[in-house]
Ligand binder design. Structure first.
Ligand SMILES: Nc1ncnc2c1ncn2[C@@H]1O[C@H](COP(=O)(O)OP(=O)(O)OP(=O)(O)O)[C@@H](O)[C@H]1O
Length: 581
């Protein structure tokens, strides 16, 4: 079998290991590139600017005093002229410093690949302390070892601090959650400290954060809790009936929960509506009233207070969201980090041709037997296939701790599985698209696309479950003859991220729009992932062996259990005999 697989494989060349890759493996890097030198120059220029502005103010004060004391018109004129010159001189110098500062910040934007659009763009921040963030939040950041803002945080924090509507896009694992959570928390902290903020406002919601899945909502809620600890802010995860929505300042939820309770929520003071994974929440499903898009529309309509701002975040940039934002939202600021719709370059990506479904079974067996370091996520296209693959992997290796998560499981089962995975009790988690987006499972070093994703958006999010927060990761994507029609776009994304793909894939015909749409709706039909004969025999043998062992164990247990009885009988007999004597 393995021989057959080897002949099926095209032996895709691995990219030349870059020195950086080998050295950086498993080392966590800062998410942004800000050199010590840029920081030094930034501080110097800022000092200068502050100094110049102060001296300008001082000079103006002096000038006014002078003016008052000079009585002679001629001499007043002369003094005025000379003052005017010196003022221009100061003005020019401030302008120069400002220009130099702008150039420095633009250079840093460029090296960090931060692209922005919109009017009156605020400057980026190089340190969290450059923003007006409260000291308690700054402390929380350093307690959590978050030292330097990531590129998306460098630009979107100032946008949100200036109360601008924002549309933001940045690679997976680049810190988008904190990019919106920090300014939201900071604003609410400030608001609640204001003398005019009365306790009567306590039943009014101040921020709503929307997430597409329960799992993601729970994760984002935990992040809010972490940064709201020891403050007067109360955050709630709207996952059940028992949630106290009346006293929550921040509500994190999936859209359908909020829609269901919209009439009970007071949004008249809402400061922020954050739409995370915005392209997903904009998705329309024909003929489905309850699709994300309709739910989002209902929520957006209800959050119509004058003070409400909206922030859209995602790793993938949808032109539809962009178009809608431009048409409907005033003064929106847009920021995009890196190439639009590109995969995270910290994830080493590989395409593996397996020929058939059987080829995939062999490929995964070989992979898990050789260089595999748990934990790993394996993506399949349906719930049924998730269950089937778990059976197959358990048959391949009975010691492998493997389980699956999919929408077919109850909420409780899903929570428990996630918890076990986070605790390291599950090494390989087989999942569907449910876990494709947003989840921050920091130790995942390997993602396997057992079934080819049905779009590049899905591919980008799936492989983004590894290589997070500056760590490196691996992603392997299997494809078969049945996937040939769709492979080109994914191969292109992989190549654009700097990894090798076989040339013949790049030469294939471009996938038509209709075909792409069709694939989104219907993933290719695949054979059931059945345990192969050899494994069935092996499993039967294993079961027979286990049964025999169990039988033998029971036998010895009965024998040992019999012994004391026999001893008692013997003792009684001896006693009886003694009596008789
Ligand atoms: N400035 C930072 N420096 C270092 N680590 C950070 C920073 N900001 C966030 N992180 C960490 O990076 C990890 C990924 O962050 P987050 O989950 O927000 O990514 P994301 O961009 O939302 O990814 P996705 O698109 O997959 O949802 C988290 O563990 C988070 O704590």
């Amino acid at each position: 079998m393995s021989l057959a697989f080897r002949t099926l494989s095209f032996g895709i060349k691995r990219s030349q290991p870059k020195k950086k890759d080998a050295d950086d493996l498993n080392k966590k890097k800062e998410l942004s590139t800000i050199t010590e030198e840029s920081l030094r120059r930034y501080d110097e220029l800022r000092e200068k600017m502050i100094g110049k502005v102060e001296s300008k103010i001082e000079k103006k004060v002096k000038k006014n005093k002078k003016k008052a004391s000079i009585e002679i018109l001629a001499s007043r004129k002369r003094v005025h002229d000379s003052d005017g010159d010196s003022e221009n001189e100061v003005e020019e110098t401030v302008g120069d410093v400002e220009k130099r500062m702008q150039k420095l910040l633009d250079d840093i934007r460029r090296t960090n690949r931060i692209f922005t659009w919109g009017d009156h763009l605020p400057n980026i921040i190089l340190r969290f302390s450059d923003s007006s963030m409260s000291p308690s939040l700054l402390n929380r950041l350093s307690e959590n070892s978050i030292r330097q803002p990531s590129p998306i945080q460098m630009q979107s924090i100032p946008f949100m601090t200036e109360r601008r509507n924002v549309l933001a896009s940045a690679p997976t694992g680049s810190g988008k959650t904190l990019a919106f959570a920090l300014p939201v928390i900071d604003e609410i902290l400030e608001l609640k400290q204001r003398a005019d903020y009365s306790s009567s406002n306590s039943s009014k919601l101040l921020a709503v954060v929307l997430e597409p899945t329960r799992e993601l909502a729970a994760q984002t809620y935990t992040e809010f809790l972490k940064y709201c600890a020891n403050t007067s802010i109360s955050a709630a995860n709207f996952s059940g009936e028992e949630t106290d929505i009346q006293h929550a300042d921040i509500l994190v939820s999936t859209p359908n929960r909020i829609v269901f309770h919209l009439d009970k929520i007071d949004t008249s003071s809402l400061r922020w509506l954050v739409v995370d994974e915005s392209d997903r929440l904009f998705e329309v499903v024909e003929g489905q009233d309850k699709c994300f898009r309709n739910q989002l529309a209902a929520i957006y309509k209800a959050c119509d207070a004058k003070c409400t701002r909206v922030a859209f975040f995602s790793a993938t940039f949808s032109h539809e969201v962009e178009k809608w934002c431009k048409e409907n939202i005033d003064e929106i600021g847009m920021v995009c980090v890196g190439e639009r719709n590109s995969s995270n370059t910290s994830v080493k990506q590989k395409l593996t041709y397996c020929g058939t479904e059987d080829g995939k079974k062999i490929a995964i067996r070989n992979l898990l037997r050789t260089s595999f370091k748990p934990p790993a996520l394996v993506f399949v296209q349906s719930k049924d296939r998730a269950v089937q693959l778990v059976k197959l992997l358990s048959a391949i290796d009975s010691n492998l701790k493997v389980d699956s998560i999919n929408s077919g499981k109850s909420d409780k089962e899903r929570d428990e599985t996630m918890e076990r995975f986070r605790r390291g009790e599950i090494w390989v988690l087989v999942c569907t698209e449910l876990l494709g987006r947003g989840l921050d499972l920091s130790d995942v070093g390997l993602v396997i696309n057992y079934d080819l994703p049905t779009s590049i958006v899905s591919y980008i999010h799936r492989v983004g479950r590894t290589g997070r927060a500056g760590k490196s990761g691996h992603a392997v994507t299997y494809f078969t003859d049945a996937d040939m029609k769709y492979i080109k776009s994914i191969a292109t994304v992989i190549r654009q991220s700097g990894f090798d793909v076989p040339e013949y894939l790049m030469e294939m015909k471009k996938v038509s729009r209709d075909r792409k749409k069709d694939m989104l709706k219907h993933a290719p039909k695949r054979h059931k992932i059945a345990i192969v004969k050899e494994q069935v025999i092996k499993k039967k043998k294993m079961l027979a062996k286990a049964a025999a062992e169990e039988k033998a164990k029971n036998k010895t247990e009965t024998q040992t259990a019999e012994k004391p009885e026999k001893k008692i009988k013997k003792k009684k007999l001896i006693k009886k005999n003694n009596k008789n004597i």
